[in-house]
Design a binder for this molecule. Sequence first.
Ligand code: PFF
Length: 451
Amino acid sequence: MGRSKGGAWRTRFGFYVVAIGSACGLGNLWRFPYVLGENGGGAFVLLYVLIAFILGAPLLIGELVLGKSLRESVIPATKTLEKKSQLPLRWAGRFAVLMSIVVLSYYSVIAGWVIHFIVQFALGLFSTKESIADGLSVLMGSGGLQWALTSVHLLIVLVVVGKGVQEGLERWISSIMPLFAILVSVLVYRSLSLPSTPDVLRFLFYPDFSKLTLQSLIHAVGHVLFTLSVGFGTLVTFGSYMRDEDHAPTAGFRVAVVDTLVSLGVGLLVFPIAFQASNTPLTDPGLLFEVLPKFLLEIPGGVIFGLVFFISLYLAALNASIGLFEAIVANFKSIGGRQQSRAAASWQAGGLVLILSLFPSLSSTVFRNWRGGLIENIDSFLVNWLLPISALGLLYAIIKGMGFKSLEENFVDRERPVSEVMFSHWVLLVKWVVPAIILTGLVLQVIGLFL
Ligand code: PFF
């Protein structure tokens, strides 16, 4: 567990596998395509990549360094920093964990939809467009079914996390990641052979800045934070499990690079299908579940393609949920200042998330008149408003609580001269660039509300 000084990963790759597995999730496969669609394509891709490196990576590194140096999860860590600095910092840790709980509650509902699609494809029930529409309306018409599927998903997550860091997380995600990588590569290859590819490449890589809106900056910030799992405190927990000899900043940077490449790769997977099917980019969160399956029926081998696509989507959702849940459990273990067992903390956290997930499960039934959809509203409020604030709060806690001197000691590795250069860049970014971008993004978003 986090307090073990030498770290808890079994191998050096343990950290990478779990951190990358948790980063590459529904955010890449479900969220990125429609956020990109909403924000006009190419110009947003550029903004996204830029923000990933000047804002996402530095924040990710900050969380890892905090976890590794204190060997604690985010709530106890911010408490320690508060005591040390005499500044009010512990709210940042609590806020981050609250965000994780809320995200997991709707993330699990979407994972439940994916399970439904896998079953439908596997049983051969999706054979005509009508049968797909029926399958979708059965799902959307039943809050009970959605909640039941959510429970199945949460139970799988709970079993894995209940087994512990090495036996559960590390072993399980290590065995899933190669499969996920192979499946996604096959799908990208198949997708790029569709005739719509030239249009897609133009859409994704030709920047038309007039398509950006006042909200685009914060949408890019929010999405980068979401996809890199920053601002939730998850990375503080992962950092606390790192081995002494591993260099957190380098590891963090690599995770950011891989996740960004996966997002771009996924664009090449989803957009050719979306363009081919409806001639429009995806601008609605539900389209992945609507446009994609219907279109797949029209291409040779489409049912297999669909099955493989939804299995990949599920594996991604599962890994990310496992990462989120692990961090929640790690924090729950030391709740109220007393230690409790992993099993007890897992059941408490699982129960809480399951109860909360009732609301998003009822999004398409009881709450169907909610303008814009309940899940979509929770997601956009959380990602575009609360998450940037949470990330800023954690950054403030890290800088003020640890101080640049102690940060430097934990950051710079004398055997790696490049780490000194990295540190000076990092300081510049976290001191000025990151807060400036987040605050500007939030202000532009507020202005956008009134225009
Ligand atoms: N990064 C994940 C995704 O893109 O789907 C979502 C996520 C996972 C957020 C784990 C936070 C987290 F701790």
